[in-house]
Design a protein around this ligand. Structure first.
Ligand SMILES: O=C(O)CCC(=O)C(=O)O
Ligand SMILES: [Fe+2]
Length: 276
């Protein structure tokens, strides 16, 4: 197994591994690479069938079923992240981290490329450990001890963001209510590294402040989070699989392939409670 960084501060390509067979020490090494680099790209996994995808996720740990994306009857563990050729909106097409609106947010996801456009459709990642480390000391002091409220309701509810797009008919869960409070700076549950844990999709306000009072500081943090040197790019090929850590990274699915379909299979991995 060989690790080749995707960018100096974010992401790694893992070579010489077959995910369909990975277990034991190999699985531990994959885990550790993802916790450190935030996201791992593994190419050429042509035998990573839906059954192999599910079996690998079960060897990793628990599976969280996503409440909003379409599921298939054959494999209810797999969420389908699909954009049809005649749709303009994609799923996840703005910087975010998944499931931060849950009390115990998902650890991460295993995303498999099933149908790709002829070009475009890459996914960007940004490393929140690097983002935190690079904050000026004054800003670190300002957010020390703060907590923030997260929800997905404005995104998925009946008159929410997706409801106003051509993705409306494809999503489920419009009636759900979500909400969770997390520290603004968390420690990675395994490595202990400090990570910036607010995101522009699901963080609404700091605890004890209104949305309007929170926005200036949130925007300073978001600008710092997506600074170019914290980011890396996953360029998909048939057989590519990416596995990411939601605590360590944000991601953004680029929507630059209008007129073509793209379909990915996602299994969401369960996480653990977050603490400062
Ligand atoms: O389609 C992608 O590349 C990622 C979409 C997304 O945000 C997700 O699956 O969580
Ligand atoms: Fe996402």
């Amino acid at each position: 197994m060989e690790l080749v960084p995707l960018a100096p501060k974010c992401g790694v390509e893992i070579k010489g591994v077959r995910l369909a067979q990975a277990e034991g020490e190999t699985l531990d090494a994959i885990r550790s690479a993802i916790y450190t680099h935030g996201v791992a790209l593994v190419r050429g996994q042509d035998d990573f069938t839906p059954d192999a995808h599910i079996a690998f996720a079960k060897r990793w740990g628990g599976i969280d079923i996503n409440n909003y994306f379409p599921l298939t009857d054959e494999h209810p563990e797999i969420a389908v992240v699909r954009k049809k050729a005649d749709q303009e909106t994609n799923i996840g097409g703005a910087w975010h981290t998944d499931h931060s609106y849950d009390q115990v947010p998902a650890m991460g996801s295993i995303l498999v490329a099933r149908l790709l456009p002829p070009s475009g459709g890459d996914t960007m990642f940004a490393h929140m450990g690097e983002a935190y480390d690079a904050l000026p000391q004054g800003l670190k002091d300002e957010i020390d001890g703060l907590q923030a409220f997260h929800t997905a309701d404005h995104v998925y509810k009946e008159d929410g963001i997706y409801a106003q797009t051509d993705m409306a008919g494809d999503l489920r869960g419009q009636g759900l209510k979500t909400g969770a409070v997390h520290p603004v700076v968390i420690r990675h549950p395994v490595t202990g590294r400090k990570l910036l844990y607010v995101n522009s999709a699901f963080t609404i306000h700091f605890v004890g402040k209104t949305r309007a009072e929170s926005l200036p500081l949130l925007h300073r943090l978001y600008d710092a989070a997506t600074a170019a040197d914290n980011t890396c790019r996953v360029a998909w090929e048939p057989g590519s699989v990416a596995i990411w850590d939601n605590r360590t990274t944000w991601h953004n699915a680029l929507n630059d392939y209008q007129g073509y379909a793209r379909e990915m299979h996602r299994i969401t991995l369960s996480g653990e409670p977050l603490a400062a």
